[in-house]
Design a protein around this ligand. Structure first.
Ligand SMILES: Cc1cc2nc3c(=O)[nH]c(=O)nc-3n(C[C@H](O)[C@H](O)[C@H](O)COP(=O)(O)OP(=O)(O)OC[C@H]3O[C@@H](n4cnc5c(N)ncnc54)[C@H](O)[C@@H]3O)c2cc1C
Ligand code: FES
Length: 266
């Protein structure tokens, strides 16, 4: 159970973006890439909890923040909660990102897929690991509402499909051009790792690029979930184990973060 401190809209109403900050002991153990599974109402429906990624972790202050986009009934009910109300959630749940011990971290985000990457960039920064954010969004209006959430990641390259903000193109275009650049300074010899979250086709394309460039990549998968704790198999997703054998994985328990080479891309 948490105590809601803030639940506010970001930017223009049509962007439907919200930040929810709450106090909870869960902040002491949460890791970047994990999620919280929120019961959005005390009423009978909707029964299923809604998963949202941990986006900011204030362990000392005992606070967590998530960002969400209004989608259907669940997120709409969540947006109606007010500061001072209790938040019924399970978590932190799942397996999060690897925080590198050295080198450079590439964060690759498609739209609202940036949210789970925010706490990873923050934690990497705390450990002195520089991050570069490559972020594709729909248009200028999206970034007008959302860009501020990633202000703590100083090096950013943004792209929109219509060219209304940042480069014209997709985040996969940003990745290709970024990887083609010569590496400078101390980073030239350092290990580079990447983490990505966004729509499935984007993740699949990023995984193909990473494989071709031998770039270690972790992806956060967003599958529909029911229990969120490994009991119902509702989130099962095909993968490969370390030996290459086909396996089914529970995204809620074995993930949501996976090494890209352990995902069976469909
Ligand atoms: C591990 C994980 C982390 C996520 N983190 C975030 C986040 O930080 N911010 C954010 O805005 N969204 C996030 N999502 C997606 C978010 O859970 C859905 O947008 C939300 O559950 C929609 O609920 P709804 O009732 O408003 O929409 P509806 O479409 O009415 O939902 C119906 C059902 O489908 C599920 N569902 C709908 N869309 C998705 C989706 N994209 N992914 C998974 N399940 C979905 C719902 O949970 C619900 O069970 C995450 C999903 C997962 C699995
Ligand atoms: S949602 Fe039930 S096993 Fe993953």
């Amino acid at each position: 159970m948490g105590l809601i401190i803030e639940n506010s809209r970001l930017g223009a109403p049509e962007q439907k973006l919200y930040r929810l900050v709450f106090e909870s002991e869960a902040a002491r153990t949460a890791q970047p890439g994990q999620f919280v599974h929120i019961r959005v109402t005390a009423a009978a429906a909707p029964l299923l909890r809604r998963p949202l990624s941990v986006a900011a972790i204030d362990a000392a202050g005992g606070r967590l923040a998530v960002y969400y986009r209004l989608k259907g009934q669940g997120t709409d009910l969540l947006s109606q909660k007010r500061p001072g109300e209790k938040l019924d959630f399970l978590g932190p749940l799942g397996r999060g990102f690897t925080v590198p011990a050295a080198g450079e971290l590439l964060l690759i985000a498609g739209g609202v897929g940036v949210f789970p990457l925010l706490s990873l960039g923050e934690e990497a920064g705390r450990r002195g690991i520089p991050s570069v954010l490559l972020w594709g969004g729909e248009n200028r209006a999206f970034f007008a509402a959302a860009a501020a959430v990633a202000e703590h990641i100083p090096v950013r390259r943004l792209a929109t499909a219509d060219g209304s903000f940042g480069d014209r193109g997709l985040v996969t275009d940003l990745l290709t051009s970024f990887l083609a650049q010569p590496r400078g300074g101390g980073a030239a010899t350092a290990v580079r790792r990447a983490a990505a979250c966004g729509p499935y086709p984007m993740l699949k394309a990023v995984a193909a690029t990473a494989r071709a460039r031998r770039l270690p990549l972790e992806v956060s998968l967003e599958t529909t979930m029911a229990c969120g704790i490994g009991a119902c198999l509702g989130c099962a997703s095909p993968g490969r184990d370390a030996s290459g054998a086909a396996v089914m994985r529970r995204v809620c328990l074995d993930g949501p973060v996976f090494p890209a080479e352990e995902v069976e891309w469909l």
